[in-house]
Design a binder for this molecule. Structure first.
Ligand code: GDP
Ligand code: GDP
Length: 499
């Protein structure tokens, strides 16, 4: 059914056509004051920024993320905070430094920024050492910033460049972030490496697509070994960042009283029971309810894309708000949940801040909340029974393992593949159970097959002019879910006529 010519991508890559979330990530590194932010701003051209408030400009900044445009190149760019040598433990400096190390792991390439006028600084060497230690896989491109005045001063650019070669990362590219000089050279050195990266990614995806179509109807294949992409979404302040931290079990995403720190959308990956889980978009869908304007609306767009990119959506709700409002989900949350399911994603609902219901006398008890939430979700999304709901206290670190188990479990169901032989044996049995409305006009399913996983999608081949009614489709869906343990995830059944 799905046989098609095998596709492979060949050069050149059109970066403008690639979904933001698949673009390579380039981190800008360097000691303080070399012009990292200036270069970042030039690359993202401000109006394109997906940058969130970082009002704490004392000492250091947060990590910012944006989509860089450099000629026809597009990439995700991270502006790292300075790698302050004098970091003291517990302070924001220290936390930022450890976060940088983590963000490094999520980066594919690095621009190592230096200052042409200041020359090689001892801290540059330290950054280099640090980079070799923490991200040996990244071969940085050394950038010689603030070069504008050296371009015409004979010899001084060469000597500055020669000096930077001592960093051991090859010839530096002279630029001026402030004036834009040298950006074309930067483009020329980035283009081949980013293109190679993109070709790998695209060809991997093509390989996956091809494998889907090839084995339709053949024995079960374990797609669940492919990395899981998880998006944690929810309104501001429900505890997404806190939860994320408790999932990661170490401080990889900053949470704390400093305003703006939890707003960053940074890709993170971690391991759970030998499985790689990617976190796509941690900014949440509903930032627009916050005051930030330009950045906010873009982050909503970006999040929407991430939502589609994600396999499993974890929707976080706030238990205290549920008690106060006496209902589980506000309109926006209902919209997200429905959208996730309509788009065929796996949904896991997390009710956070359960600790706030303990002990106190509230209009709804702990137990009542545990009872009504699943009921209300069922009402809102009637087409799926048994959407998993997990009750957590991110603050106390309670429920984190359950969350991860549910996420993995949902993902595995979502990846299920059933062989055609098995499905047709099942079909025979199940059709004898079905009570047809009109025996005479009863449609005959000749053949039933799974054409796709993620989510499981089936085609019923119906003979002649008859068609399966909605009731028939619902019956088949329900039976599939019961007999193959596919509850809680969206599944799709299509029909085709054959003569
Ligand atoms: P960061 O700490 O590495 O992020 O550095 P900033 O981007 O904050 O820049 C530090 C200082 O260098 C600021 O005063 C900038 O205006 C200045 N600066 C940045 N890029 C250039 C450049 O290309 N030429 C010159 N002359 N100054 C620059
Ligand atoms: P986000 O905007 O969804 O990322 O929310 P945050 O993670 O920044 O949390 C918002 C506030 O709720 C912070 O003050 C957290 O300390 C608090 N919070 C998060 N999770 C819990 C929880 O499980 N219980 C309680 N009592 N407070 C929580």
């Amino acid at each position: 059914i799905l046989q098609g010519a095998k596709k492979t991508y060949e050069k050149p890559v059109d970066f403008t056509q690639i979904e933001i979330t698949r673009l390579p990530t380039v981190i800008i590194l360097g000691r303080p004051n070399v012009g990292k932010s200036a270069l970042f701003n030039r690359l993202i051209r401000r109006r394109e920024a997906l940058v969130y408030n970082t009002p704490h400009d004392h000492v250091t900044r947060d990590i910012r993320e944006g989509i860089a445009k450099l000629g026809d190149l597009r990439f995700r760019v991270l502006d790292s905070a300075g790698l302050e040598a004098e970091a003291t433990s517990g302070s924001i400096l220290h936390r930022t430094a450890s976060m940088t190390a983590h963000v490094l792991a999520a980066s594919h390439f690095a621009l190592f920024l230096t200052d042409a006028r200041a020359g090689l600084h001892p801290l540059d060497l330290e950054v280099g050492k640090w980079l070799r230690k923490h991200a040996p896989q990244i071969k940085p491109i050394v950038v010689l910033n603030k070069s504008e005045s050296l371009f015409d001063a004979s010899g001084s650019l060469e000597s500055a460049a020669n000096e930077m070669c001592r960093l051991g990362f090859g010839d530096p590219i002279p630029v001026s972030a402030e004036t834009g000089l040298g950006m074309h050279d930067l483009y020329l050195s980035l283009r081949p490496v980013l293109e190679d990266y993109m070709l790998h990614v695209l060809n991997d995806e093509v390989a996956q697509d091809n494998s889907y179509s090839e084995d339709s109807g053949s024995p079960e294949v374990d797609d669940s070994k492919l990395p899981l992409q998880l998006a944690i979404v929810g309104r501001p302040n429900v505890g997404k960042s806190t939860l994320l931290n408790s999932l990661l079990q170490e401080e990889r995403v900053l949470v704390g009283p400093e305003a703006g720190l939890t707003r960053d959308s940074i890709r993170t990956q971690f391991e759970f029971q030998g499985r790689t889980i990617y976190l796509v978009d941690t900014a949440g869908w509903l930032q627009r309810t916050k005051q930030e304007k330009g950045a906010a609306s873009l982050s909503v767009m970006q999040s929407r894309k991430s939502l589609l990119r994600a396999h499993i959506i974890a929707l976080v709700l706030d238990a205290e708000e549920i008690v106060n409002a006496r209902r589980s989900m506000k309109h926006a949350e209902v919209v997200i949940a429905r959208r996730a399911v309509e788009e065929g994603r796996g949904l896991v609902v997390i009710v956070n801040k359960m600790d706030l219901l303990r002990g106190k006398r509230k209009s709804l008890s702990y137990e009542q909340v545990m009872e009504i939430v699943p009921q209300e979700i069922q009402t809102v999304i009637p087409q799926i029974t048994g959407i998993p709901v997990v009750f957590t206290s991110a603050l106390e670190g309670r429920g984190r393992t359950t969350v991860l188990h549910q996420v993995v479990d949902t993902y595995e169901k979502w990846c299920t593949r059933l062989s055609t032989a098995r499905l047709n044996r099942w079909l025979k049995k199940v059709m004898s159970r079905h009570s047809w409305k009109d025996q005479a006009a009863q449609p005959k399913i000749k053949y039933f097959t799974q054409v796709k996983a993620r989510p499981p999608t089936f085609v019923a081949f119906v003979s002649g002019k008859t068609r399966l009614s909605d009731t028939d489709i619902r019956f088949l869906t329900k039976s599939l879910k019961e007999d193959f343990d596919l509850g809680g995830i969206p599944i799709r059944i299509m029909q085709r006529s054959i003569t």
